[in-house]
Design a protein around this ligand. Structure first.
Ligand code: ROI
Length: 173
């Protein structure tokens, strides 16, 4: 299979969340069937959902992969588990969340996987890093990502944080 380009959402708000994201990028980089081709800045964001939980760190990664969608999902869930994912409640805090936002220009509707990610267009913490990484990107239906960003101005602003370089992925925190 020829590789396809995908965008992944990364989020964490427990156990030093920025380190969780850095480790996740490092794990992606080490996957045989995945080539990590870029990532956005890391952003600190207020929780969407219950407010009585720590702030999140969010980012978006771009990969090229030969994995089919469900095989990619399995791989992302394995990385979540390796990093000791805990999720204490629905809409609640978690050590690491890895989501497939876009898989080439495909629409996927399976019990385990919906792509484009169902909630992404409503969430500044997804769309802002995605537009940073893919300023000319579009949804499979042709909608420009930058036009979605313009609809999300009401949401709490994100704060740009220190973001790892490729060299940082290889060294321990
Ligand atoms: N809120 C923010 N800011 N970032 C997230 O990654 C995130 N993930 C979630 C919910 C609980 C919806 N809230 C979030 O799953």
């Amino acid at each position: 299979m020829t590789p396809v380009t995908c965008y992944l959402g990364l989020g964490a708000n427990l156990d030093q969340p920025a380190d969780q994201l850095r480790q996740a990028l490092s794990a992606l980089e080490q996957c045989r069937d995945i080539q990590l081709t870029g990532w956005s800045s890391f952003y600190r964001s207020k929780p969407v959902g219950p407010q009585d939980q720590p702030d999140y760190v969010n980012a978006v990664a771009r990969i090229d992969t030969t994995l089919a969608p469900l095989a990619l999902l399995d791989q992302l869930q394995a990385i979540e588990q390796q990093q000791g994912r805990v999720r204490l409640r629905r809409w609640g805090e978690r050590t690491l969340d890895l989501d497939i936002l876009l898989y080439a220009d495909q629409c996927i509707d399976l019990p385990r996987l919906s792509v484009p990610h169902i909630e992404m267009c409503n969430r500044l913490f997804v769309i802002q890093p995605l537009v940073e990484l893919a300023p000319d990107g579009r949804l499979p239906n042709g909608t420009a990502l930058s036009s979605i960003l313009e609809t999300l101005t009401e949401q709490d602003q994100l704060v740009i944080m220190t973001t790892p370089s490729r060299a940082d992925l290889l060294s321990p925190p």
